[in-house]
Design a protein around this ligand. Structure first.
Ligand SMILES: Cc1cc2nc3c(=O)[nH]c(=O)nc-3n(C[C@H](O)[C@H](O)[C@H](O)COP(=O)(O)O)c2cc1C
Length: 321
């Protein structure tokens, strides 16, 4: 089964994706956080963070796939054209973001109930000569929303659909609706990717066993918390992340984590100015790793207001390992 790295705004940045592909690997494709419209134009900051793999070019075996979020066919065209101009030949369309800022503007999960707009965007996809996929939820308020647009999606030339089987109003918590996921899986004519709460190799294997026709799984927080997860699955083994810091596998994992952190740290120092800007770009690296690092050190990293304090915390962690 294919393993896809989910996009997480503020976490899976261009440099994160590139460093992960080089150091941990095991991921078939990295989805970039969405490109959005700002003042009528594609947001420059989002565009700058793309092309970490040089268009759709391969980094090892992995690819980087950009994503767009739009509330109408007009916004869709502006964003898709900006990516096509950059040389991308595959684009993901977001119909799942639950953040009120987007939903209230009729984007992400807020678009799922607008059958007319979804139809117009799918018609545009038919007329655009690059590959498109969709990442979506069951609905904003009800799973009926996904089933109402599924016939339109089935008619569109999509390369795949990724489904996060929650509602927008649940954001990223609460029960996953497997019953609706199964129904969607049965009725969907495109390759289907499952997304939601996967954190271990055994869970990936369980999804494979339960849904043999599934095209893959997309993992976000699980990979941020355990960057070796995709490679572990490809090598079919579970590394015990709660093992003591000096155990063999954990040692190896930590070595790679420090290596990855160094790449991201060096990039932040080169790209941003001033301690607070640099810190805001490196502290997020550790956020989902909290369970794997000593509590005291995690606190120091989070609280660091100066680069020197941050570096002291990292050195202390290296000395412990
Ligand atoms: C902070 C944050 C930012 C996110 N940004 C995006 C995004 O830009 N595009 C997108 O499709 N999903 C985004 N997501 C959703 C994730 O891609 C993923 O669907 C979600 O985390 C559930 O998968 P997981 O349980 O494997 O993490 C974001 C989620 C979080 C928590």
């Amino acid at each position: 089964m294919r393993i896809l790295f989910a996009p997480l705004q503020g976490y899976t940045t261009g440099i994160y994706r590139k460093a992960h592909a080089e150091i941990f690997g095991g991921v078939d494709a990295y989805y970039a956080p969405f490109l959005r419209i700002e003042n009528g134009k594609p947001r420059e900051k989002d565009l700058r963070d793309l092309n970490s793999f040089d268009g759709n070019a391969r980094e090892g075996n992995a690819r980087e796939i950009p994503q767009i979020i739009a509330n109408s066919v007009d916004e869709f065209k502006i964003l898709a054209n900006a990516l096509i101009a950059k040389g991308y030949t595959e684009i993901d369309f977001n119909m799942g973001c639950p953040f009120p800022m987007q939903v209230n503007r009729h984007r992400g999960a807020g678009l799922l109930s607008d059958i007319q707009a979804v139809q117009e965007i799918m018609d545009e996809i038919k007329a655009t000569p690059v590959k498109f996929s969709v990442k979506m939820r069951l609905g904003q308020d009800s799973p009926d929303e996904a089933f109402a647009i599924l016939p339109i999606l089935n008619e569109a030339p999509l390369s795949q659909i990724t489904l996060h089987p929650r509602l927008g109003k649940q954001q990223y918590k609460g029960a996953i609706n497997f019953k609706s996921f199964e129904k969607f899986h049965e009725e969907c004519r495109h390759p289907l990717i499952y997304n939601g709460d996967i954190t271990s190799v055994s869970q990936i294997c369980e999804m494979e066993r339960r849904y043999p026709k599934l095209a893959g799984v997309m993992i976000g927080r699980g990979l941020l918390a355990r960057p070796s997860l995709a490679a572990e699955y490809k090598g079919m083994r579970d590394i015990n992340c709660a093992a003591p810091l000096n155990s063999d596998t954990h040692q190896n994992l930590l070595g790679k984590l420090f290596q990855m952190h160094q790449v991201i740290f060096d990039h932040a120092c080169k790209t941003y100015q001033g301690d607070s800007q640099i810190l805001s770009h490196v502290q997020s690296f550790w956020e989902y790793l909290e369970p794997s690092i000593p509590k005291k050190i995690f606190k120091k990293i989070k609280k660091a207001g100066k680069l020197s304090e941050y570096q002291e915390a990292i050195t202390a962690m290296k000395e412990l390992s």
